[in-house]
Unconditional design. Sequence first.
Length: 367
Amino acid sequence: MWDKAKEDLTRRKQIFIDEVWQIIGASSNALAANYVFEAVKTIRGYGGGVLVATQDLNDFFSLEDGKYGRGILNNCKIKIILNLEEEEAQRVQSVLKLTDAEIDNITRFERGSALIVTNSNNVTVDMRCSEEEKDLITTDRDELRRIVETQNAKSTRNGGILMKKPVITALCCLLSLGTATAAFAEEPTPTPAPELVGLPPEDTASLFYPDSISWQENGGQLLVVKQYSVPYGTTVADLTESTMQWNGVDYTLWGVTQSVEGGVTEEKEVTQDFELSVRSADAETARNDVKESVAYDDEYGFSGTLTLQDITIGETLQADSTYMATAHYAGTVTRTEAGTVHYTLLYAPISAPVVVAAAESGITLPC
């Protein structure tokens, strides 16, 4: 990477190193840390720049008493500081020589707010992105699930089954429910799978490999059974092959079972303070100027609603006849770790018996 950055002095280039603690932290080594330090110190001479990111400033001082981390910080002309806890903020203050007011702001930053430190100029900014940009960078599990579901909805085709919402167990089929229930009454016999010859890649929709492929006999027909274990949010449309062939016979999707395994919900207590102006020095009266609840959403995936606990009001009447106040909120927020979805897809041959059975049941086979 470093050699590549030094190749062409006529081109601008940028090196991004996220989670830099893995390279310069206590568990790393001097060789790796010096590699980053050399890049930060000299890349400007090659027409480029380096961006390093970590969640804790202490990472820069945990290897050899900060020998490399301190050099990296000193050579970074621009430093961007997001929301920090009180203890972390105090360390940043001592290293970057920030004022008490700046540190107080840092501990109260909401998502998107930051302090930019460059030379002797410190500026507080609010960063906003478009929906498209947010979709590209978000790590929020709920937002990622929404993106996947939106993409799945657009790619649904060939009459495939679309699960509208996750369920613990579900049974759906392309023929009659009675027929599908009978087909799934027993687990497929774990017989070694016959050799399946798929159509060219452009004719298939599946981006996942099955855990197993087996077959079972049902009503004189040889049914192919594919079992998948996939991330939560994966739909049947992501797994279904438009057409499958075995021994020269075309197969089509007959039925599907789905179950969800795992999924853990965590919760934690959160407090958050906001500064604002109120029109009365009386706390009860001032509540009319303050929201009773606020939404909470953090970078770790926790979200929920915080309710107003109390208000602290300053004694000084300001020029606009209002008082500065601090609203204290608290509440329980949660996040859910998605589990694994297990699908069983049953394929039946497109043959006369299937067509006749479908016609007798009044069911139309997918095209």
